[in-house]
Design a protein around this ligand. Sequence first.
Ligand SMILES: *Cc1c(COP(=O)(O)O)cnc(C)c1O
Length: 428
Amino acid sequence: MTTPTHTDRASLQAEDAVDALASFRGRFSIPEGLIYLDGNSLGPLPRGAAERAAEVINNEWGQGLIRSWNTSGWFELPSRLGDKLSKLIGGNDGETVVTDTTSLNLFKALASAVRIQQQDAPSRRVILTERDNFPTDIYIAEGISDFLNSVNATANDHYEVRLIDENLSLEQALDDSVAVLALSHVNYRTGAMWDMGAVTAAAHQSGALVIWDLAHAAGAVPVDLNGANADYAVGCTYKYLNGGPGSPAFIWVNARHQGRFWQPLTGWWSHAAPFAMADSYTAANDVRRFLCGTQPITSMAMIECGLDVSLEADMGLVRAKSLALSDVFIALVRERCGEFGLELVTPENHAERGSHVSFRHPEGYAIIQALIDRGVIGDYREPEVLRFGLTPLYLSFTDIWDAVEILRDILETRAWDVPAYRTRQAVT
Ligand SMILES: *Cc1c(COP(=O)(O)O)cnc(C)c1O
């Protein structure tokens, strides 16, 4: 698919009529009249998920009770879903488990990578990430680093977190003190995307291991972890994978690292034989060593509904439509809202862009609230950023047109300029 050039509603309608992904919209239950541009934060409800939830609760839990750990495959669920998810991120069977949260999985991946480096390159004590990363990614890196320093208080060489920013490029930061480079493939705020293959190669060349956070990439852009020869990856299932609010996350570990060190959250689900009830720890000899304890089965079971939809869609088509939707969105905002001071913060170069588009505006928060009231759901991220997820499976080109027309109306009439839209809620 190439980007439609005629930016009027009729030609976009014609584009929708030949959209090979159009039928996927029917796979989701989206409220009538709503234009949902926030699938990068919480994906919509896949059809069939409510029925699946009822089955898990009424039959598997209600009738099967404890037997369902075996008879309904609950115990294997993290690995079975992990194998399905692996196909979307260029992983093999046995390299991914669905478990815990992205924050926790990042902790486990960082701890495991640091231990490998303690053996292979002990002088490397820097965890490198970027200032613009999602806050939890920075906080977890700081937490690990502080913990390592606190248990080894006499060491002269301390662990530290180093941040790439406008004063320190990746190339400058990647020296022989870096143990691990941990980056988000697609930036949560700007939608900027790193070149996974090139960055991984550069990090390896300099002797660092690489962890990719795929929170805004999995299901949104083509990802090839083995092709890039990455070391670890983590990510969410509730964003572009449509797994449901707070659905468990995933962790992918390159097969070459799985046998080396266990991660420090050595709960019984990561044991080689959990039901042997042994009095000491032996790590599972595969990716299950990245599990910890009993998983939220009802929530985890929902993930499969969204995953199955994503697995049916051709990722090449998804990517092409995502880029076309965002090109149209950017062009229309420029043309139709040009005088209202929205500043594009997303890279225009296709290779550097994920699947959401963000603009900066001093009244961004109020504008988003006004949009939501008019049935266009986007979200707001500090500082001043209006963020719009462009998800090819359930958005059309006419949705984009209609959303921009509503945005234009709100800007033109200053409908956002009321106190109620300036009051921050707990979740923005
Ligand atoms: C959404 C997101 C998270 C969320 O982590 P949780 O543990 O699920 O709260 C983490 N990292 C990035 C880059 C994200 O975009």
